[in-house]
Design a protein around this ligand. Structure first.
Ligand code: NAP
Length: 363
């Protein structure tokens, strides 16, 4: 049985994006989200995590949603379309969302799927660029994190959106090299065809618990899955999901002109100030008190104690997406925080990962 989900989707039109805004759209063919009984589960956290005490431990336990492991999550589709039988979508919209003076261009694009690519928030799709490679073979697919919620930017479950940075660099011989797929995508005009595979991936599926604390750590286009989460949390109405926890987004970008989806996130904060926190780290414009470059981990360090307290809770989920380098930077601040409580961060993180509370997709 397909659930009719009423989606009240509204988002600000911004200077940089010209996406159409829709309200109160009924999506007829939605994936059914089973209502899970609320129940408190204790005793899941073992050894090292059990040594940790927090203020929250002394309070009444929060209502928790029964744990469903990501890999077993019902109704999550993977690999419906493969390179040999891809889905051919069409470009509905493609706009540059970074300023002209930003270092590099990032584009937001929306493809039609007619509801045939049934993805969840946190999944990716593959794209096979047109043309052939230097050996005369068709290009291989590239994976991109989906930037729209499952309802899609138009609220009808019939589109999928991506956030793509155009890759252009000069190689050691001084030649300009252009990334095949990112340039193919950023140059796509509305109406053109695009060859899609997937959906794929379960690592970044969002927590089902509507009361969870969800800490999202993104650099650059690593923002994609979090835009998807946040639309579901703050721009949509679902019969079976109403976010009432804390969503905390840290986004690291080089310049203010490369802040992605800033107006959308600010709108969310305006709508739900109690449930959404937003922190930017603009590396080439901001520094900390010591004059150090403001990377995402530098911004996080300013809230170190608060973050550490949140990390001790059973229903806090951390997601990291973007540049590989951020993972080590974030580990470094966590090591010293954990050490204050006599805890070995690497072991603690291993347990968080096991409990699916520490989720990483970096390249
Ligand atoms: P970008 O616009 O260049 O922004 C990246 C930001 O991170 C910049 O502010 C950069 O600072 C900063 N940074 C550099 N080294 C860092 C480090 N060690 N720790 C913390 N921050 C650091 O980003 P982008 O070009 O969009 O790149 C995003 C990356 O995410 C790409 O590698 C892409 O492949 C990956 N990505 C992954 C996924 C996924 O895993 N599913 C999805 C989307 C994108 P400076 O440049 O000033 O040093």
């Amino acid at each position: 049985m397909a659930a009719a989900v009423t989606a009240a989707v509204s988002f600000p039109s911004t200077k940089s994006t010209s996406l159409t805004s829709r309200t109160s759209i009924v999506a007829p063919e939605r994936v059914v989200f089973k209502k899970v009984p609320l129940q408190y589960t204790s005793g899941r956290v073992v050894s090292i995590r059990a040594q940790v005490t927090t203020d929250t431990d002394t309070q009444a336990p929060p209502a928790k949603v029964e744990k469903v492991h990501k890999k077993q999550e019902e109704g999550v589709v993977v690999n419906k379309f493969k390179p040999k039988n891809p889905y051919i979508g069409r470009v509905l919209l493609n706009s540059k969302i970074t300023g002209d003076d930003a270092p590099g261009e990032t584009w937001h694009m929306v493809f039609s799927t007619e509801g045939e690519v049934p993805y969840r928030e946190g999944q990716s799709i593959g794209v096979i660029p047109e043309g052939i490679d230097k050996n005369g073979k068709p290009h291989k697919l590239r994976l991109y994190s989906i930037a729209s919620s499952a309802l899609g930017d138009f609220g009808d479950s019939k589109t999928v959106s991506l956030c793509v940075k155009r890759l252009v660099y000069t190689n050691d011989s001084g030649e300009i090299v252009k990334g095949v797929c990112s340039n193919f995508l950023c140059d796509l005009k509305p109406g053109s065809e695009v060859t899609i595979t997937g959906p794929v991936g379960k690592e970044m599926l969002m927590p089902k618990d509507p009361n969870a604390t969800v800490i999202m750590l993104a650099t650059g286009t690593g923002i994609a899955p979090f835009r998807s989460f946040l639309w579901k949390m703050f721009f949509e109405k679902h019969d079976d999901y109403k976010f009432n926890g804390l969503a905390w987004l840290f986004l690291g970008v080089p310049t203010s002109s490369s802040l992605l989806y800033k107006e959308e996130f600010e709108k969310m904060k305006e709508k739900s100030p109690e449930n959404f926190r937003l922190d930017f780290a603009v590396s080439r414009e901001q520094t900390n008190d010591k004059g150090e470059k403001m990377y995402i981990q530098t911004r996080m360090a300013q809230y170190a104690e608060e973050l550490w307290q949140l990390l001790k809770k059973d229903n806090t989920f951390v997601y990291m997406c973007g540049l590989k380098g951020m993972e080590k930077g974030i580990d470094d601040i966590m090591v010293s925080l954990a050490a204050r409580d006599g805890i070995d961060w690497i072991e603690y993180k291993r347990q968080l990962k096991k409990a699916e509370q520490w989720n990483v997709e970096v390249y």
